[in-house]
Design a binder for this molecule. Structure first.
Ligand code: ITT
Length: 193
């Protein structure tokens, strides 16, 4: 029988991406599936801390094996900003348009456009905590391009490509992204367990 794992996220895009990457090896449950409707705290000051906070909340309260991810866009010329604040860079509420505009403003006149998406996954299984990481390096372009994906995808061009994540589409994004790499490490662990 497949292992049941809850993915602790309220982001439907992330749920879709990860279920595509995991395939049918795992029975992936959403927060809806376990009837969890509350706001899960995410108040740590690191990606690792937030992933742990989200996963341990569900593990303690609902008793499921589960994992959570936290992702940030780290921009070199901005000393790693927006990083852990990526979702609320332009204020509370996940307004991707406002977040992208603020980032582009802050990069005006900067020649160093290097950035990376970093994902930290925290898995809690059989009462043990495991952490996995995935990084995707690239650059921030000057104007949005493309329609697919979410968040900062229209302004991020991954290394080795000329198109943004939002132009490349989910199939390519899911082969090379930060989240794909972190999930691959998670899958390798689950398979060898
Ligand atoms: P959950 O905490 O409910 O999982 P979230 O939307 O808050 O969902 P994160 O904290 O992991 O997700 O991500 C913070 C923000 O970073 C997110 O709102 C997006 O704006 C951005 N982001 C995350 N992953 C991304 C990706 O693959 N492509 C583009 N932007 C991304």
């Amino acid at each position: 029988m497949n292992k049941k794992l809850v993915f602790v996220t309220n982001n439907a895009h992330k749920l879709e991406e990860i279920s595509q990457i995991l395939g049918d090896k795992i029975d992936l449950l959403s927060l809806k599936d376990i009837n969890c409707q509350e706001d899960i705290p995410e108040t740590a000051d690191t990606l690792e801390g937030n992933a742990f906070q989200k996963a341990s909340y569900i593990h303690q309260k609902y008793g499921y094996d589960c994992f959570a991810d936290d992702t940030g866009l780290e921009v070199e010329a901005l000393n790693g900003e927006p990083g852990v604040f990526s979702a609320r860079y332009a204020g509370s509420g996940h307004d991707s348009e406002a977040n992208m505009q603020k980032l582009l403003q802050n990069l005006i006149g900067k020649t160093n456009r290097k950035a990376q998406f970093r994902t930290s996954i925290c898995l809690i299984i059989d009462d043990k905590v495991h952490t996995f990481e995935g990084i995707c390096k690239g650059i921030i372009i000057e104007e949005k391009r493309g329609e697919t994906g979410f968040g900062y995808d229209p302004i991020f061009v991954p290394e080795g490509y000329e198109n943004t994540f939002a132009e490349l589409g989910n199939d390519i994004k899911n082969q090379i992204s930060h989240r794909a790499k972190a999930v691959e490490a998670l899958c390798t662990y689950l398979k060898n367990e």
